[in-house]
Write a protein that binds this ligand. Sequence first.
Ligand SMILES: Cc1ncc(COP(=O)(O)O)c(C=O)c1O
Length: 311
Amino acid sequence: MRSGNLIEAIGDTPLVELPALSPSPSVRLFAKLEGNNPTGSVKDRIARAMALAALDDGALSAGRTILEPTSGNTGISLAMVAGRLGFPFTAVMPDNVSPERGQLLAAYGAEIVYSPGEKGSNGAIEAAQEMAARDDRYLMLYQYGNAANPQAHYETTGPEIIRDLPEVTHFVAGLGTGGTLMGTGRRLREFNPAVQIIAAAPELDDRIQGLRSLEEGFVPPILDLSLLDGRIMVSGEESFRKTAELLQKEGVFAGVSSGAALAAAQRVASRVSEANIVCLFADGGWKYLSAGLWTDGAEALREKAEGKVWW
Ligand SMILES: Cc1ncc(COP(=O)(O)O)c(C=O)c1O
C-alpha cells in the first residue's frame, strides 16, 4: 500500500487468525496487530485524529506546543504526528516507566517532563494540568477526555474489522482511556447489535502498561460503561505468561497489554461454542524487552514485577 506521507500510513493494520490459541475450529480467535502502525502502537490513530481536530477547530495554531500526560505510546505517537505537522511536543510521564519509552520519545524530538513515579499516571495528569494552567502556550489534547480519541476508532479501527471479518461476534481490547473500546465498539454495534464488547482490565494493584483499573478511582470522561458487555480482570503475571505464549505459539511479538487482551479473549472463548472473536493487540514487544518476559520464567517475572509500575 502506498501513502503520501507517514501520517497517511497510519491504520489499516493486519487482522491475523490465531489458530494455535483458539479452543476449537468453531471458536476462532483473530488479532488486530496495532504494533504495525508507524510508531508501533494503536495510539497513532488517536494522535492523528486529536491533532487534526485541534487544527480544524483552531485550538492548534502557530506558536503552540502540544502537551500530554502519557507514560508512553500516546506520547510517542503525538511526538511523531506533532513533528510532521510542525509543532513542538512535551510529554509528562512518571519517572519510573521503562527506559525504552523515554529514549524513544527523545528520539522523536519530544521534550520530557517527569512526574513522581509513586503517583503513577494520575500524577502525570495532575502535573500536565498544572503546566497548561500556568502557560497558555501549551495545548493539552487530553486523550482521556477528547472525543476525537474514540472517534478515530469509530472511523478507522471499526470499519477495518467489519471489512476484514464481517462475521465478528466479540471484540476484546485492553481498557486504558477506553477510546479503543468505545469507538470500535460503537461502530461494530451499529453494524451488528449482537456483537459483544469486552474490556480487559488489570486487577487492582497489578500494573499493566497502558491499562487502568477503574477501581483506582479515576473513570475517563470518554468511557461509557453501559457500552461494555463485560470487564474481565487479568493479573500482571497472567498477562506476562500470555504475552510469552503468543510469541511461542503464534510468532506474534506483542506488548504486555496484548497478553492481557489474549487472556480475556480466551476466557470468553471458553464459554461459547461458536464465535469469531477479535482481540486488539495495542503494541509490539520492543518497548518491553528489558522486562525479560520472553527469556525469564514466570516465577522470576513475578519477583521482578513486585513493586514496579512500568509493565
Ligand atoms: C499498550 C497499551 N495497551 C492498551 C491501551 C488502551 O487503549 P485505550 O486507551 O484506547 O483504552 C493503551 C493505551 O494507553 C496502551 O498504551
